[in-house]
Ligand binder design. Structure first.
Ligand code: HSE
Length: 433
């Protein structure tokens, strides 16, 4: 039996979950692997608050650097969060040749290039399963089970807060703001909730998934991002009437060697598996060229689910260290290429849901249809509702596939028509065909 001494930086929700998980199942892990993980040091600025966990005297400290430099510490777990000191601690541990385990998606999205390279230069590892999809072992699936596949596409529901809000809006027909307040009271949404509801948290995770799928760090500006802030309950009802649900999706595709990447509210067919992922659950739907369709589902956040992912990485990092693996596959997969090529609006082809408000007068619809025709956009279905008291009629259109550049141009033209009485709404529609 070999002991591996773990130093944890950050004793918040996830840090406490990691310690709880190791205290509960450390013996089981040792039986299975021959490696016994010992949480030897924990650093946090606040070492007074009761985390519901008892640790031996002398384990807690306020000095993170002393944990990193402690010659007894084999592995460093970064759970500080943010991109400031977390970056400093991570780079310092790697410089000292110590493997780092992190749950920090923002750190990897903003500084992944520097961090993966630092791991490679120092012949050590960075492990980050908990950064994407919480307790779902999606990155491990990508780099182990799916290693023989070219990844054709990935669709991810990666933010539990947004999925919870969308689910309740659909079930209860309540407005976005009401459910957001509930989500904050229940502790799902962060305060402020901007990173969640504006899609940034999903984008952080999407760039990590895309980097691993296609072999180079993906910058955040390669991922056009739109969240669910202000989404009207009526759009959800319209989608429902037409057989769709709205999900905030990370969409990652290999488009003939160019990467297509976005985060956006998307209509998905009600009968598709991803549409049934509800409440705060996450799911990732991956299509490989050999395996075909696969889906991974579970809790995307929370003390023990995220702790489970961190513990998985601790055990993998421990095994790699004892076997002198050096830079593991979690590093080499991110650094196969210097950079990737990305799709542009010219070569992204998709379907859309479009909702307009038109004056209810002869020729209004014809003007809109003329614009779609001029931009090679074919209409799959159109529903005009009875006009409101205001005199304006909502019109809901589902299109066939067309180029993003044509959609953007058509929407600009429609928005300034005299018969167009509100800001048009456009969302992507994915039928997975
Ligand atoms: N705030 C995230 C969510 C969890 O709601 O899923 C951490 O990424």
């Amino acid at each position: 039996m070999k002991e591996i001494k773990v130093g944890i930086l950050g004793f918040g929700t996830v840090g406490a979950g990691v310690v709880e998980g190791i205290q509960k199942n450390g013996g089981l892990m040792a039986e299975r692997t021959g490696i016994y993980p010992v949480v030897a040091r924990i650093a946090d600025l606040d070492i007074e608050t009761d985390r519901g966990i008892t640790v031996p005297a002398g384990v807690l400290t306020t000095d993170a650097m002393s944990v990193i430099s402690d010659p007894e510490i084999d592995l460093v777990v970064e759970l500080v969060g943010g991109t400031g000191v977390a970056r400093t601690f991570t780079l310092e541990a790697l410089k000292q040749g110590k493997p780092v385990i992190t749950a920090n998606k923002a750190l990897l999205a903003d500084h992944g290039d520097e961090i993966y390279k630092a791991a490679r230069e120092n012949n050590t590892g960075i492990y980050y399963e908990a950064a994407v999809g919480g307790g779902i072992p999606i990155l491990r699936s990508q780099r182990a089970g799916l290693i023989g596949n070219r990844i054709e596409s990935i669709y991810g529901i990666l933010n539990g807060t947004c999925n919870y809000i969308l689910t309740r809006m659909e079930r209860e027909g309540l407005p976005f703001d009401t459910i957001l307040t509930d989500a904050q009271e229940l502790g799902y949404a962060e305060t402020p909730p901007d990173l969640d509801i504006d899609g940034i948290d999903t984008a952080h995770k999407a760039v990590v998934l895309a980097s691993m799928a296609y072999g180079a760090p993906v910058p955040m500006d390669a991922c056009p991002t739109k969240g669910i802030r202000g989404l009207a309950a009526s759009e959800i009802a319209n989608a429902e009437e037409m057989g769709y649900r709205i999900k905030l999706l990370a969409i990652i595709k290999d488009n003939d060697g160019e990467v297509e990447l976005s985060v956006e509210p998307t209509l998905v067919p009600r009968e598709h598996m991803i549409a049934s992922v509800s409440d705060s659950f996450n799911a990732v739907f991956v299509k490989g060229d050999i395996v075909d369709d696969t889906m991974y589902y579970g809790r995307g956040a929370g003390r023990l689910p995220t702790g489970s992912a961190v513990i998985g990485d601790i055990m993998e990092a421990a095994g790699d260290k004892l076997n002198n693996v050096g830079s593991p596959v979690s590093v080499t997969m991110m650094l196969q290429k210097d950079e990737l090529q990305y799709c542009t609006a010219e070569n992204i082809v998709k379907r859309c849901y479009i909702r307009l408000c038109l004056e209810d007068k002869p020729g209004a619809m014809a003007q809109v249809m003329t614009i779609f025709g001029a931009h090679n956009i074919s209409i799959a279905s159109v529903v005009q509702k009875e006009r409101h008291k205001t005199g304006y009629a909502p019109v809901v259109i589902l299109t066939q596939e067309a180029r993003e550049s044509e959609f953007a141009a058509a929407m600009r033209e429609i928005a300034v028509l005299e018969v167009s009485c509100c800001e048009p709404v456009r969302m992507r529609l994915e039928d997975f065909e």
